[in-house]
Every structure is written in C-alpha cells, then in structure tokens.
Design a protein around this ligand. Structure first.
Ligand SMILES: Cc1cc2nc3c(=O)[nH]c(=O)nc-3n(C[C@H](O)[C@H](O)[C@H](O)COP(=O)(O)O)c2cc1C
Length: 346
C-alpha cells in the first residue's frame, strides 16, 4: 500500500496545474493505490469551453503534474481515461521507477506571466521547448517575429469582444478576484494583480466592471485600445507553441493538456515564462457552433477572420487547434501568483 502522505504530496503537486481563469475544475477519490480524477466543466467559463475542451486541457495539465510528482517519489503511474462512469481518469500507482524527475521543481515555480517578454529565444531554449507529444496531438513552434505579431494582433480580438459583449463582460468580471485575502485562500478565480496591468488600469477595472459604465468607455474606444496594447505585449514573445489534436475526443484534449504542461514546465525549467492564448480559439468555436444574437454579424465575421489568421499562421491544416502558449524571457518577474485551494477529496 502506498503511503497516504505520498498520495497527498502527489495531489498537492497536481493542483498546481493551470486552469482557465484558475477555475480548478477537479476533485479526487482515492481507491486503494489509485487516484481517481473527476473533472467539473460547470466550474469553467460557460462560453469559452465548447465540449468542455478547456476543462480537459486543464485536467491534462493536472495529470502531467501528478505523473511527474509520482516519478519524483519513485512511483510509476499508469493512467487510464473514462474507464468507469463519472471518472475522468484513474491513475494507478505502483513502486518501480528510480526516484526523481528533472521537471518536478518546475511544478511549483510554473505560473502564468502576462507581462512583456524579451525577444528572441536562443536555439538551445527552442530545442528544450520541442517536447515529446502524446498520441493524437502535435505541436508547432512559431518563432518568426512577423508570424508572432500576426498571432498577437489576431488573438486580442478576444479582449475587445470581452469588453464589448454584455454576457462576456459579465463572465470576465465575475471570474476576477479583487483582494489578496481571496487569492491567498485559494478561491477559484483570476487574481486581478496577475493581469500585470498597470495599477491605474487595475483601478479603472473596478469602474468598468459595471456594464453601464463600460458602455461609456466603449464609446470612447476602450475595448480597441485594450486589444491594441495587449497585442504589443503578446508580440514581444520569443516563441508561440501551437498545439493541435488530430482527433477531437475528450481524451485528445487531455493529451493536449499534458503536452501543454510538458512544454510549460520545460520552459519554467529553462527560466522562461509563458502565457496561454486560448480565448480566441474557443470564442471562434462558440461562434461557429451557436447562433448567439448578442454577437452581431460584423463582429462574428471579424472573429472568423481572426481565427483564420491563427489557422494559416500556425499551419493548422486539417487538425484542430487546442491551445497556443506564448513563451519568452520575462522583462520583469511576475508581480503576483494565483493560489490554489487544497485538493478536494470526495
Ligand atoms: C485551458 C486554459 C486556457 C487558458 N486561457 C488563458 C488565456 O486565454 N489567457 C491567459 O492569460 N491565461 C489563460 N490561462 C491561464 C490561466 O488563467 C491560469 O493558469 C490560472 O489563472 C492559474 O494561474 P497560474 O497559471 O499562474 O497558476 C488558461 C489556462 C488553461 C488551462
């Protein structure tokens, strides 16, 4: 029987994984030497989570952390997906591996850095980012500054839309945590300080979280200005890793999440920072699947066109983009980190 303290350490490493808006959409059951992962798509953004893909990506990152933590403890972890009703994954632990994993320290150090980066990255860093992928998953590393800029400018249509459409505005501000106390307690949500926005802009966010006031700033052109300024930040990236799935089963998005985490931990290990750019991918998927009247025809057309830029620039071909991760040398340390609640064991 595996020591319960060891299982607890594996779970604590697992939940350091990224999740959309830090939703932490998971809980666990322990069954002998098996850890059962249950994921909860209802904890994620109801628009930007088509077919629970964002939830599965986050769950993949969680599982990757747990596999690495198990190796660190000298354990083998065999993972099976959707084997029994209600279970997302079942990880069976056994004694076996040699103790240690070079990426283990990166689990605690990894975080989303939304500030500007230095360009470019040297060849050895780029080589470290070219990780082994999972079945039904492939990655492309975009390094040409012109291509990175095209992706940066297209992606920030997400920010413009989030500040222009009432429902998306509501959901964005609902996900924000405003106080250090809330963040420290590990409450699911995105801590405002992790946006890396200048302090006066963070102050302005307190005003524009009220839709009638947002509408005034909309007339003044704030959504477009915010998108433009973020595009400059994204364009400062040294590389963008684009991850694709060659099938679209839930398990394939978990596999993509494992790859994302492998890249992200490798980047952290090499002293690099990263930020997912997932919003536009999932906004475009939502627009393609629904007839949401709140999003006007012209905006829908712009979303489709921006999504095509991502597709063309990353050479998506017939596959399905699951995630983009921008990577680079940070100009400054991140000013804050999103915290986690302890693992929820049912
Ligand atoms: C599926 C997924 C999508 C995400 N999309 C974005 C995104 O579009 N923009 C962004 O800044 N962060 C994005 N993130 C990062 C999360 O907001 C971040 O992981 C979470 O707030 C926890 O913070 P941490 O990564 O610093 O631990 C995404 C993460 C996941 C797993």
């Amino acid at each position: 029987m595996i020591d319960r303290d060891v299982i607890s350490r594996i779970l604590h490493a697992g939940v350091q994984a990224p999740s959309g808006d830090n939703s932490q959409p998971w809980s666990f059951k322990i069954d002998g030497d098996a850890i059962i992962v249950l994921c909860h798509p209802q904890m994620d953004h109801p628009v930007l989570n088509v077919d629970a893909r964002g939830t599965y990506l986050a769950t993949g990152a969680l599982i990757e952390n747990m596999v690495i933590a198990a190796r660190h403890e000298g354990l083998d972890a065999s993972v099976r997906y959707f084997e029994r009703d209600g279970e997302t994954a079942r990880m069976v632990l056994s004694y076996g591996s040699e103790k240690g994993h070079h990426l283990y320290p990166a689990i605690a150090n990894r975080h989303t850095h939304r500030g500007a980066y230095e360009t470019p990255l040297d060849a050895s860093s780029l080589e470290l980012l070219t990780v082994e992928t999972e079945e039904h998953c492939r990655m492309t590393l975009i390094t040409k500054p012109a291509a990175i800029r095209r992706i940066a400018e297209a992606s920030t249509l997400m920010e413009e839309t989030a500040l222009s459409i009432k429902k998306l505005h509501y959901l964005f501000f609902k996900s924000l945590l405003w106080s250090v106390r809330e963040n420290e307690s590990g409450t699911p949500g995105l801590f405002i300080k992790t946006t890396e926005l200048p302090a006066p802009v963070q102050g302005m966010f307190r005003v524009i979280r009220h839709w009638p006031l947002m509408r005034i700033f909309h007339v003044l052109g704030l959504p477009k200005a915010a998108a433009k300024s973020n595009a400059e930040v994204y364009a400062s990236s040294g590389a963008i890793a684009a991850l694709f799935v060659t099938r679209t089963e839930p398990q394939d998005f978990i596999a993509a999440g494992r790859c994302m985490q492998r890249i992200w931990l490798s980047a952290t290990h090499a002293g690099l920072s990263a930020q997912p750019l997932a919003g536009l991918i999932y906004l475009a998927e939502y627009v393609a699947r629904t007839d949401d009247q709140e999003i006007g025809a012209e905006l829908k057309q712009r979303i489709r066109a921006a999504r095509k830029v991502l597709s063309d620039t990353t050479e998506e071909r017939g596959d399905t983009m699951a995630m983009m991760l921008r990577i680079g040398i940070p100009k400054q340390h991140a000013s804050s980190r999103s915290k986690r609640r302890p693992p929820v064991i049912l």
